[in-house]
Design a protein around this ligand. Structure first.
Ligand SMILES: Cc1ncc(COP(=O)(O)O)c(C=O)c1O
Length: 179
């Protein structure tokens, strides 16, 4: 099994929410698990285009599955998740939640290396109806990202360029944080 975390704008402290890629054991809100924290254990800010993944800790069930080697965890960045959101909508008429779109991004990347007989089972954890505004806003920026030739570069930074400081990821972070 493969789990896909939120690579955000790249695995740089404060710019992603991939607890297994950039995290450490710690405690947040009473739960001991992998968290994004500094050397003193202070919790770091996080970023993801998807509000549901924009959190500094991961469920302890995932931590156990990872430590036992049952699940391999990888990350998909904002731009890949947004492209996957659009691809699934265009090809299948399914709007995945932006959270789930990270998994689709991984499948799009990994499937070409698989055998034709292999079967992929994807868990779409939620619907993307709730994310249409957010996806539209960021998807408009994808051609600009591609033109820069820098996929993992911040869609948020481009939003800030376009919409001004009020729409920057700093403002978004404060509004989006929820477990
Ligand atoms: C659609 C969707 N999928 C996945 C998640 C993340 O779930 P978990 O924290 O259990 O990994 C969320 C969290 O809000 C969500 O809304």
């Amino acid at each position: 099994m493969v789990g896909v975390e939120a690579g955000g704008e790249g695995i740089v402290p404060g710019h992603h929410a991939a607890r297994f890629q950039g995290g450490r054991l710690g405690v947040l809100q009473g739960t001991r698990t992998y968290v994004l924290a500094d050397d003193d254990g202070q919790i770091l800010l996080t970023h993801s285009v998807s509000a549901g993944l924009d959190y500094a800790a991961v469920g302890p069930e995932h931590a156990r599955l990872r430590d036992r080697g049952r699940v391999q965890y990888v990350a998909a960045d904002d731009a890949a998740a947004l492209r996957a959101f659009r691809t699934l909508a265009e090809l299948e008429g399914i709007l995945p939640a932006l959270e789930s779109a990270h998994v689709i991004a991984h499948v799009i990347e990994a499937a070409p290396r698989m055998g034709r007989e292999e079967i992929v089972l994807v868990n779409l954890s939620g619907r993307g109806d709730k994310d249409v505004d957010q996806a539209t806003r960021f998807c408009e920026l994808l051609p600009a990202l591609a033109a820069r030739g820098d996929d993992a570069d911040a869609a948020g930074a481009l939003c800030a360029e376009r919409d001004g400081p009020a729409a920057s990821s700093g403002a978004k972070r404060g509004a989006d944080h929820r477990p």
